[in-house]
Design a protein around this ligand. Structure first.
Ligand code: SAH
Length: 362
């Protein structure tokens, strides 16, 4: 057997039960450990007072609880908070807390960088290094809960930080299981949201694994435009994607509608014609639409739509019967808004280098 200690932060309940059984321990230890680690936020086995001395000694020998380290923290004028977490090998990711009147939302990252190349997203410009482990994903919630203290509750989690969650399927699902687990965070299924750019085969599998809310980063009503903005569309075009989304919410799910995210980019995807096309496209898709003002970042090729264009787009969709909201930009003074999360990515795709070479060539 390997001498490497098991990081208990890496296991959801099922995984932890299997681990204890394999080690000749009782499966109910999992529930005790989950409570200590995620609810009491105790990581030192010696402090786990309802466990026998012998068991504590055994845990110390075979297990560890490794919490990601916060290297930098910022608070925005509007109360939004951002934490930069150190992940070893010089990689860093960001998690953002957005307080609102009746809820508090944590925006969680799933990968170091992102392997997709959406043309309007600053994480994409950073390239990609690796998937986050379960410990690193759930660790963001653990750390934020600690930093926010007793008085502030995280009621919602959105997988809308850095990365494409469905391309880190197993770890993201296990981390979300912990978010829902009554022995860990006990969040409601309606308040944990996975956001995807549309990895269809993974989305089809998701339904078998977990029941959480679904947000789709659509951003365009036709393939021609979406191919350009969200290049994974070339592989999984809109029709196929919407079928997969409809299938996800069918059959007695907690949520029977999806959130359509649509980033508003000046003169690119914000015309009244495109609003009408979007309404036609979504006619049979139970959905509510969330318009996101484009957030600029250094070197970004686009501008945010005008207030007028956004209002017009919104009212067309509303007239067609869609619940349509405009996302308030939060935390932009600390670069914590949508698409502004960059962390620090040791890029393995050489994307940045290729871009520089291309720029030099022209
Ligand atoms: N990869 C996943 C989750 C991360 S992005 C996804 O694509 O859904 C979270 C949301 O922010 C997505 O809808 C994304 O398209 C949007 N976003 C990315 N860059 C943005 C920018 N510059 N301004 C506004 N929204 C942006």
């Amino acid at each position: 057997m390997s001498t490497k200690k098991q990081n208990l932060f890496d296991l959801d309940r099922k995984g932890m039960e299997a681990f204890f059984v394999e080690m000749g321990e009782k499966p109910f230890r999992a529930r005790q450990l989950l409570k200590w680690i995620h609810q009491q936020r105790v990581t030192d086995f010696d402090e786990m007072t309802n466990l026998s001395k012998a068991l504590r000694a055994w845990l110390k020998e075979h297990c560890e609880v490794l919490v990601p380290e916060v290297v930098f923290e910022q608070t925005s004028k509007d109360g939004t908070r951002k934490w930069l977490l150190q992940l070893g090998c010089n990689n860093r990711v960001e998690a953002v807390f957005i307080p609102e009147q009746n809820r508090g939302t944590l925006c969680v990252s799933s990968q170091v960088g992102c392997a997709l190349e959406c043309s309007f997203c600053s994480t994409a410009q950073q390239g990609f290094n690796r998937n986050l482990s379960v410990a690193e994903i759930i660790g963001q919630l653990w750390v934020a809960t600690r930093e926010l203290g007793e008085d502030v509750r995280i009621s919602n989690v959105v997988m809308m930080g850095m990365g494409e969650p469905l391309l880190n399927f197993n770890n993201v699902v296990a981390a979300m299981q912990l978010m829902l687990d009554d022995f860990a965070y006990g969040l409601s299924k309606r308040r944990v949201t996975i956001s995807t750019s549309g990895v269809v085969p993974a989305l089809d599998r998701l339904k078998e694994e977990i029941d959480v809310a679904l947000a789709l980063s659509l951003h365009a009503p036709n393939d021609e435009l979406r191919d350009e903005l969200v290049p994974i569309n070339q592989k999984y075009p809109i029709k196929m994607l919407l079928e997969s989304c409809k299938n996800y919410i069918s059959g007695g799910r907690e949520r029977n509608s999806i959130t359509i995210e649509y980033v508003m980019i000046d003169k690119v995807n914000d015309t009244p014609e495109l609003a009408l096309e979007l309404a036609r496209l979504l006619k049979d898709v139970p959905s509510k639409i969330n318009l996101i003002p484009f957030n600029p970042y250094p070197g970004s090729p686009y501008r945010c739509s005008s207030r007028n264009a956004m209002e017009r787009f919104k009212s067309i969709l509303q007239e067609k019967g869609f619940v349509t909201t405009r996302r308030k930009t939060r935390g932009d003074d600390i670069d914590a808004a949508c698409g502004q999360l960059v962390g620090r990515v040791k890029d393995k795709t050489k994307r940045q280098l290729k871009k520089e070479l291309k720029q030099e060539a022209v």
